[in-house]
Design a protein around this ligand. Structure first.
Ligand code: ATP
Length: 262
């Protein structure tokens, strides 16, 4: 089931993506409007990260094409930000929190020019928005996982882009940080930004996202959450795994609360 956006700013057309000639995404087609928070949801290995990286032009598709703002991705790169999966980043790199956020400004000032007072002010303001202003001088390696995640979000904010791609921004963060991040994403969406998030948790997906792209190597459903994210489409995407997950949950609960048996 696909419900298309009326004035799309992200268009994915019949996209097939392969690694070493083996397709991992087949014929994926969807569009997104501006000012929405979209969730890419699906089981492990469904191709969520691959889809994100392909839309951003980091992986060439085997077939199909993508348009952002009605243009090829290469022409609008400065309007796009990426928050990678936390595990994919070398956090031992010796650099301060403020410098990491200032890197977000390179796209605006150019790699060979120094960032100025205005960039510093923007970077500090972005750190403030994610509640990390007090850590500006700290080495990035000396932060907790959730704090590092916030700093990467600040770096993306400092880019002042129009589309933000985020690969599991809630992985390893506590509930309060998760709420703070989703609040910030809502503010950004209200300001007309489009945010595309790879996400794992089915329950929160329903409340976090305006738009859902439900994937399992093929597109299962895409559209406004209330229409695309139904028991039927979730069952289609996850199949038998949902039953398995609930059985595992039951077993764990019985172990934790043996007296509840019967
Ligand atoms: N660089 C790569 N080379 C070969 N195969 C890859 C590569 N990256 C991913 N794959 C395979 O492509 C498929 C999709 O992977 P991808 O990481 O996009 O899935 P995902 O939905 O993001 O998974 P997860 O929820 O586990 O993070 C998987 O079968 C994976 O093993």
């Amino acid at each position: 089931m696909i419900i298309h956006a009326q004035q799309p700013i992200v268009e994915v057309h019949d996209l097939t993506v392969s690694y070493a000639r083996k397709p991992v995404l087949w014929g994926v087609d969807f569009t997104l409007p501006s000012g929405c928070i979209a969730g890419i949801v699906g089981p492990n290995g469904a191709g969520k990260s691959t889809l994100l990286k392909t839309i951003m032009g980091l992986i060439p598709p085997s077939s199909g094409y993508i348009k952002l703002f009605d243009r090829p991705v290469d022409e609008v790169r400065s309007r796009v930000s990426y928050v990678p999966q936390r595990e994919s980043v070398d956090w031992d790199f010796p650099v301060s929190v403020l410098d990491v956020v200032l890197m977000g400004r390179y796209g605006k000032v150019g790699l060979l020019r120094n960032t100025g007072a205005r960039d510093q002010a923007i970077a500090r303001d972005c750190l403030d928005k994610v509640g990390m202003a007090a850590f500006a001088k700290r080495q990035i390696s000396q932060l907790s996982g959730g704090q590092q995640q916030r700093v990467f979000l600040a770096r993306a904010l400092a880019q002042e882009s129009d589309i933000y791609f985020m690969d599991e921004p809630f992985a390893g963060v506590d509930a309060a940080t998760e709420q703070a991040i989703i609040g910030l994403l809502r503010e950004m969406a209200s300001a007309g930004k489009t945010i595309i998030v790879v996400h794992h948790d089915l329950q929160s997906a329903r409340t976090y996202f305006d738009w859902i792209i439900l994937l399992n190597m093929r597109l299962v459903a895409a559209g406004p959450t209330d229409q695309a994210f139904t028991d039927e489409t979730i069952q289609q995407a996850y199949g038998g795994r949902l039953n398995l997950l609930s059985q595992v949950g039951d077993v764990m609960e019985k172990r934790a609360f043996p007296s509840r048996e019967n």
